[in-house]
Structures are given as C-alpha cells and as structure tokens.
Write a protein that binds this ligand. Structure first.
Ligand code: ATP
Ligand code: MG
Length: 356
C-alpha cells in the first residue's frame, strides 16, 4: 500500500436511519468512499490517512515500485495472446485503471532471474511512446505484469474495425512508433524483436505506444514455449529467419510490414493458395527469405509513402534506414499541415475505447 497509509481490511456494514442518510452523504466521495477527517472507508476496508493528505490519494507512479496484486480489483478480460490473458484492473484506493498481463510459465529459478532482469529494464523505461510497466512479479508459476492501460486496445483490434488506415493518419501513427523505436534502439540499446500490430497500443488521447518488448525474448528463452509463438514470426526480418546476426534494423523491417498491412488492409505476404492458407510456417518463412521484399503499390499511395516502405523493407539490413533516419523521411512530415487529429480518428472510427 501507499506509504503513510494504514490499510485494515475490515468488512463494515453501515446502516443508518433515513433521516441520517443526508448528513451521511456529505462524507461520501464520488466513488462511494466514506471520508471523515483522517478516516477513509470503502468496500475494501478502512484506511487512516495522515493529517494534511488530500482526499484523492496521489496517483501511482511507475517508480513507486510498490503495487501488489492485493491492491487491485479485476474488472474484465480485455485480450488474449498466445502467452496469456490481459485483464483490465482498477487500483483500490486511487481508482486508477491498469492492464494486468499474466503469462503462465513453469520455469526454473535461473530463467526466473533472467525474466525479472528483463522486466526491470521494462520498468525503468520512461518514454511517452512506450507503454509504462508499473510492476512485475513472479508468483506461483505465472509472471504478472501491471501495465499502463491503453483504452483503445491494439492497432490489430483497430484494424479489424477500420480494415485499412489512410496515409495521413498512418504518418501520425508512424511518427510516434518511430519515436518509441528511437528510444529503445538509441537510448536503451534494446531490440524489440516482436513489433506487430497487436503490440502497438492506442488510447483516446490519440497516443500510440509500443508494448511487450523484452517479453518476446522471455518467451523465446523459455523452452517449449517458443514453438507456440507462430504469429510472432510473420513480421520477422529475413536475417532473423536465416539465423544470422541481427540488429535494431530488424525492428525496422517489422515496422515496414506493419505499415504496409495497415495501408492496404492485408498482410503483405499471401499463401500460394489463398483458400488453403499457409501449409505451415516454414512456407511463410521461405517466402520472406526467397522473394524480393514487398512494396506499396505506386498507383494507390503517395511516392513518399512508397519510398518510406522501401526504406524499411530492404533485404540487406545495411540498406535499411534506422529509426533516426526514418524520422527525417519526407513521409513523416508531409501531412504536418493537415492538423491530423488522431484522437478523433480513433474515436470516430469506432475503436473499442472502453467506457466506464
Ligand atoms: P502474442 O501473444 O502473440 O504476443 P498479443 O500481442 O495479441 O499476441 P498480448 O500481448 O497478450 O497478446 O495482448 C492481447 C491483447 O490484449 C492485445 O491485442 C490488446 O488488445 C490487449 N492489451 C494488451 N496490453 C494492453 C494494455 N496495456 N492496455 C490495453 N489493452 C491491452
Ligand atoms: Mg502483445
């Protein structure tokens, strides 16, 4: 719990005669918490608040490092990935919403230590273009991660509704993703390794943030789990598929595929027999490695967009631009004068922005 606060879990039942209800109401906050002087009572118990502390407890910050599962209420399941479940949760005292990701894995002590290390890196990230990780812990065969809640869900969820995203909005989305990548690559020296639409989250403020970096490395290092992460390989660069050395340019390849998918409305590679789908994932891998990289159709998109995609989707990572170079690409600034309002776009397009 928050420092200075004493949290006793008592189950109090208050029943008052009707005449006293009005006077009682003056002690109730909007959330139904009873406050009188230093005493704070809600459905989770009683808390003594030190003198001078404001009514609303200060919001939890990532650096507080003291969130526990006992401090949060589960609200609903908001997503499922290959590794586990993501739930919307609410902090009992501050009312703040978070996303709780629980990944089931039975692992050895040494792997657990490595995971704890990876997640600490995650927690120390302070960048507006990266989903904040507030806390992570290993308990009873599961890794739980408390994340910033992004109320628009992922770009994958959004794409299911809108089918494709017009260039001017893509430029605004891409600018934010590049700033997130710039931070990861140049400041943190981290390769994301699993950039894809479901790992780009959006919110009602029009913000786009990268999530789940480090998590893919954890999965890959956890034997037995790696093979179940087939979806992850779709956006993998040719050099990674070949098992060669790879760098942050590998994320740039993934970004190119994500943008092309958002623009055209379909994943850039398609199976030889559309109706059958991919026979196995080696067939997809072979396509990525053996064919020239996909490109944006010049008839449907601006030259700037086509050139941007080509700058990302170069077979040889040396020919691929870095996140830093791409931020200066003309595509990123060509719609700057259009007053693009991503928040309104996300809202009006009918994204599953949570309402509560
Ligand atoms: P994979 O397991 O292959 O990486 P994934 O990225 O879809 O796939 P998860 O990371 O478990 O799997 O996420 C599942 C879904 O949960 C996402 O698509 C998104 O809709 C939702 N989600 C994840 N994190 C958050 C968050 N911080 N805020 C809001 N929604 C989230
Ligand atoms: Mg994810």
């Amino acid at each position: 719990m928050k420092k200075g606060g004493l949290n006793l879990n008592l189950n109090l039942k208050l029943s008052l005669p009707p005449s006293d209800e009005a006077s009682f109401a003056q002690f109730l906050t909007q959330s139904g918490t009873f406050m009188d002087g230093d005493l704070l009572v809600n459905k989770d118990g009683v808390r003594i608040v030190p003198q001078g502390e404001e009514e609303a407890p200060p919001l939890i910050k990532p650096t507080d490092d003291q969130l526990t599962l006992a401090d949060i209420d589960m609200i609903k399941v908001i997503g499922k990935g290959n590794g586990g479940v993501v739930q919307l949760v609410q902090h009992k005292w501050t009312g703040q919403f978070f996303a709780l990701k629980v990944i089931q894995m039975n692992i050895e002590e040494s792997t657990r230590k490595q995971i704890a290390q990876e997640l600490k890196i995650n927690q120390s990230s302070q960048c507006p273009y990266i989903v904040v990780c507030y806390q992570s812990f290993y308990d009873n065969g599961a890794v739980s991660i408390i994340l910033e809640y992004m109320d628009g869900g992922s770009l994958a969820d959004f794409l299911k509704i809108v089918k494709s995203i017009p260039e001017e909005y893509l430029a605004a989305i891409c600018k934010q993703v590049l700033k997130g990548l710039l931070y990861l690559h140049h400041e943190k020296h981290i390769i994301h390794r699993d950039l894809k639409p479901s790992n780009l989250l959006i919110n009602h403020r029009g913000e786009v943030k990268i999530t789940d970096f480090g998590v893919s490395a954890i999965m890959a290092s956890t034997s037995g789990l790696a093979n179940s992460f087939i979806g992850t390989y779709n956006y993998m660069s040719p050099e990674r598929i070949r098992g060669s050395m790879y760098s942050s340019k590998s994320d740039v390849w993934s970004l190119g595929l994500v943008l092309l998918e958002c623009a055209t409305g379909h994943f850039p590679y398609s199976p030889p027999d559309q109706a059958q789908g991919w026979a196995n994932f080696y067939e997809l891998m072979a396509q990525i490695v053996d064919n020239p990289p996909p490109s944006a159709p010049a008839n449907d998109f601006s030259p700037e967009f086509c050139s941007f995609i080509s700058a990302c989707l170069q077979e040889d990572p040396k020919d691929r631009k870095s996140a830093h170079e791409l931020l200066a690409h003309p595509f990123i600034s060509m719609y700057d004068d259009f007053n693009i309002d991503l928040a309104a776009y996300f809202r009006n397009a009918g994204s599953p922005l949570a309402s509560f």
